[in-house]
Structures are given as structure tokens and as C-alpha cells.
Ligand binder design. Structure first.
Ligand SMILES: [Zn+2]
Length: 479
């Protein structure tokens, strides 16, 4: 999963960035040298190969992708013992690769999923499983989510190996299955079955975080350090039904609708954590004006309730201050001329870190306030389904991101963010690892095609991503 999430705040950030550019930093410019031709070619070939191996849940195989990528590593001189394909079955392979360091510091784990969401040929302008470069973009399923991240990390691991780079800590790469769905989530499975292989000081995941382009201009480097917990609940009313010519007062659809109406009136309490507090503090300055003032007012203790109400009118901000639960599907009845025997609704909750789905269910029971409406959690086993504490904003991690960002893209602000969506980082966080989402690839705020048709990313953003991660890995693993 990798939807962009910053559209609402971008224009003001862009204005701020422009103001900065016009000021003291006029002489600063991107010091990023072009990638050497060999690295570019390797990254492109690998990216193409990954996109053209179908890794959907329906007919694809992450094992095939893992095998193809393992061949690259072996060809680059990695020992077989440091390139392992580990699988619960023949179709959900995970690839784990290690570069050995001096051991002066504990390892870093990079995770990125190999699977992609389904794509139908008839929905697309081109074959989704053909890698196409056109008009400055790479097209194909997974180009944005997240085979770009896979290709970038593999390229950089190989590049570092070829250089003979000796990090001061082991570097581990885990390319995994079933982030987008299915029952064999690779991160869950590796933690359960091979934890010693991926145990690390902290985790970095290119499948989250926001590298934003606004009208072609880089406007934000968002480092995702927290995400909400995903939980669906089924609300259900059952009824004996009957002939629709003889209506009774206890109609299942009305009864469910009344419960949903009570839910609509309810708002979960306002709450910030370290990440969202840092986010609003940073955004207050970047945004300015009345909205900036409201952001300053909500990070005070106690928070200004009028400012909370004003900011909550913007769904993006609201989602960062409150747990949200919203109906997303509705079903009921079995015939046009029969009283409904049942009515059900799916309620999709996005729960703030620190709260459990049991606790949210109890709240829903109180709010819906009808013992005849059953409320049952819908079980899922993947990204977002684990309660996960926000990652600490560690100075060594944030500092390295700021350093590389300043080298490559001076004046682009680095801002910690909490996602309202979900990634595999929720799983590593719940397992106790501080985890950070860093896309590395700039995408236009109005052109996020993850999970959609004609998925694409800008060609230049991809190669810059290769360079960004190369520098970042070195910043993380050398003094
Ligand atoms: Zn993803």
C-alpha cells in the first residue's frame, strides 16, 4: 500500500519552499551527481524484470520474483548463505539478503514487498505486466507500489557489495510476500519462523512516507514513523422477516440505519502522539496563517478545542487527531417483496496508536446502543492489523535523512508523519522494532496511481531514488 496523503497541505508548503529558495539559500543547488551508466542500466533492467514477473495473489508468484532477484545477488558475488529464499509454500517466497559489517553497531533491516495488487488488462491503456518507458514515466503494475523500492534497494545493495563497502553494521534486506492481501504476509511469517535472520536495531521501508512533487517541484520529504491500526467490524441485525405487504415496526434495515445514525453523530476523542505532535509543530510553521495558528493551538496542553474543531473539518487533519470509524459497505434483504431477514454494514476503523480493536469495539457497542445489533471484528492478518506504537524520532535516523535530503534537495523540508493507511511497518513496529517509511521516489501529489490503472512513476524520480538510498544506507552505516 502506498497512497500519497499530503494533497491538502502541499500548496502552502510549496509557497514556503519557494520563499526559502528566494532567500538565503539561492546558491544552494542539488549536489546529486548523475548516476553512473552501469548502475542506471542495472536498476532499469531489474525494475523491468520485477514488473514483468506477475506477483498478484490470484495468479502470480513472489517466489519467481525472489528467485530472479537472488540470481542478481549471486552474480554480484554474494555468498549463497547470505541470499536465502524462505517460503511457507511454493508461491509466497520471501528473499532475505545480508551484507556483513564490522559489527560495531547492530544491524539495519530494509523491508519492501514483492507482491502487487491485481490489474486487469482491459482496464489499462497498456499491458500492466509489461514495463514501458514513455513520456518520462515508467509504466506497469508495481512501478509505484512498490517494485520501485525493491529495485532501488537491490541495486544499492549490489552497488555497495561491488565497491567492497564495509558498513559498521550488518545491512539486511527482506523482500516479502502478501503485503497487499492474502494470508501469507512475509513479514509476519519471517518474524515467526526466521526472526534471527532479520533481527535489527531499526527498520526502513520504502512502501510509505511521502516524497511529494507539486507541479514538478519537490515540496516535501515525509518520514513515516507511525500509522493507525486497521480494523473492520461487521454490524448485523437479524429479523424473522415476512411479507412486505404487512410491515412490522422491527424492520432490520431501519434498525441498522438507526444504529448507523448514532455512530455518525459520534466522534472519538482528540489525541496526539510524539509523531503527530512533531508533525503539527513542523507544519504550523510551514503552513502559516490561520491554519498554522490552529496547529500551534492544538499542540498546547490543554489543546484549544475550537482550533481542533476547525482543523477537523479537513479530513486529512481530522484523521491525524482522531480514531475514525466509517461505514463502507451495506447489505440487506433478499427480495423486493419481502421484509428483510437481515441487514449488515461494514464499519472500517482506523485506530490511533495505543488503542486496541477490543477497546474500539466496546466504544462502538455503547455508541450504537442496541443489543440487537451484533458487532463482530472482521479478522485480517496483514499490514495494519497489529497495534503498533509510534517509532521514536531517533536523532540518528532523522539526522541521516535530513543530511542526505539537504545534500540532494536543499530546502525541501523533512517532516515526520503518521499515516492513516497501513504498511508492513505496522507489523515490525508491533514486534518491537522502530520502523520508518521512506519512499525515496518523488511522485506528484495529483498523480498517485498506486493500486490504480496505468500505474507509473517519473523516470528521473526513480534514478534519484537509487541515489538517495545509496547515500542514506552509507549515512546509516558509517561515521
Ligand atoms: Zn505497498
Amino acid at each position: 500500500m502506498k497512497p500519497r496523503r499530503f494533497a491538502i497541505v502541499i500548496s502552502s508548503i510549496a509557497i514556503f519552499a519557494l520563499a526559502l529558495c528566494a532567500g538565503a539559500h539561492t546558491i544552494a543547488r542539488a549536489s546529486s551527481p548523475a548516476l553512473d551508466a552501469e548502475t542506471r542500466e542495472m536498476a532499469r533492467r531489474m525494475f523491468k524484470q520485477l514488473v514483468e514477473i506477475n506477483t498478484t495473489e490470484s495468479v502470480g508468484s513472489t517466489t519467481k520474483a525472489a528467485e530472479a532477484m537472488a540470481a542478481w545477488f549471486r552474480g554480484a558475488g554474494f555468498d549463497d548463505t547470505d541470499v536465502q529464499i524462505l517460503s511457507p509454500d511454493s508461491r509466497h517466497g520471501n528473499l532475505v539478503v545480508r551484507i556483513h559489517g564490522t559489527g560495531a553497531r547492530p544491524p539495519i533491516l530494509f523491508i519492501s514487498h514483492l507482491d502487487v495488487i491485481e490489474a486487469r488488462r482491459e482496464d489499462w491503456s497498456t499491458d500492466p505486466f509489461q514495463f514501458i518507458e514513455k513520456d518520462g514515466y515508467f509504466y506497469g503494475r508495481g512501478t509505484a507500489d512498490v517494485k520501485d523500492g525493491d529495485a532501488i534497494l537491490i541495486t544499492d545493495f549490489i552497488r555497495l557489495k561491488k565497491e567492497g563497502y564495509r558498513p559498521d553494521r550488518d545491512l539486511i534486506l527482506a523482500l516479502t510476500a502478501d503485503e497487499e492481501g492474502g494470508t501469507d504476509n512475509g513479514v509476519v511469517w519471517l518474524l515467526k519462523n526466521h526472526r534471527e535472520l532479520i533481527d535489527a536495531d531499526f527498520v526502513v521501508n520504502p512502501d510509505a512516507g511521502n516524497f511529494e512533487l507539486d507541479n514538478g517541484k519537490k515540496s516535501l520529504v515525509g518520514i513515516q514513523a507511525s500509522e493507525k491500526l486497521y480494523q473492520d467490524f461487521e454490524l448485523k441485525v437479524t429479523n424473522k422477516g415476512g411479507h412486505s405487504s404487512l410491515p412490522t415496526p422491527d424492520n432490520a434495515i431501519y434498525q441498522l440505519a438507526d444504529g448507523l445514525a448514532r455512530l455518525q453523530q459520534f466522534q472519538f476523542p482528540f489525541e496526539l502522539n510524539d509523531v503527530t505532535r512533531a508533525y503539527f509543530a513542523r507544519m504550523a510553521d510551514l503552513t502559516g496563517g490561520d491554519t498554522g495558528a490552529d496547529m500551534k493551538a492544538i499542540i498546547q496542553v490543554p489543546a484549544d478545542s475550537a482550533a481542533i474543531d476547525r482543523l477537523a473539518k479537513t479530513p486529512y487533519y481530522n484523521a491525524r487527531m482522531h480514531t475514525t470509524c466509517v461505514p463502507t459497505r451495506l447489505a440487506g434483504g433478499h427480495a423486493n417483496n419481502a421484509l428483510p431477514g437481515s441487514a449488515t454494514a461494514n464499519i472500517n476503523c482506523r485506530i490511533l496508536p495505543g488503542h486496541t480493536s477490543d477497546e474500539i469495539r466496546e466504544t462502538l457497542v455503547k455508541v450504537v446502543n442496541d443489543s440487537e445489533i451484533s458487532i463482530t471484528p472482521v479478522i485480517s492478518n496483514g499490514a495494519g492489523s497489529s497495534a503498533n506504537p509510534p517509532a521514536k524520532l531517533r536523532p540518528d535516523v532523522i539526522g541521516a535523512v535530513e543530511k542526505v535530503t539537504a545534500e540532494m534537495w536543499p530546502n525541501v523540508p523533512v517532516v515526520p508523519v503518521m499515516d492513516s493507511g497501513a504498511s508492513d511497518s505496522s507489523i515490525t513496529r508491533s514486534a518491537g522494532y522502530a520502523s520508518y517509511g521512506l519512499a525515496g521516489v518523488f511522485i506528484d501529489i495529483n498523480d498517485d496511481r498506486s493500486h490504480g490503472r496505468d500505474e507509473r512513476i517519473p523516470v528521473t524520480s526513480f534514478y534519484e531514488g537509487v541515489d538517495f538510498y545509496y547515500r542514506l544506507i552509507k549515512a546509516f552505516s558509517s561515521k
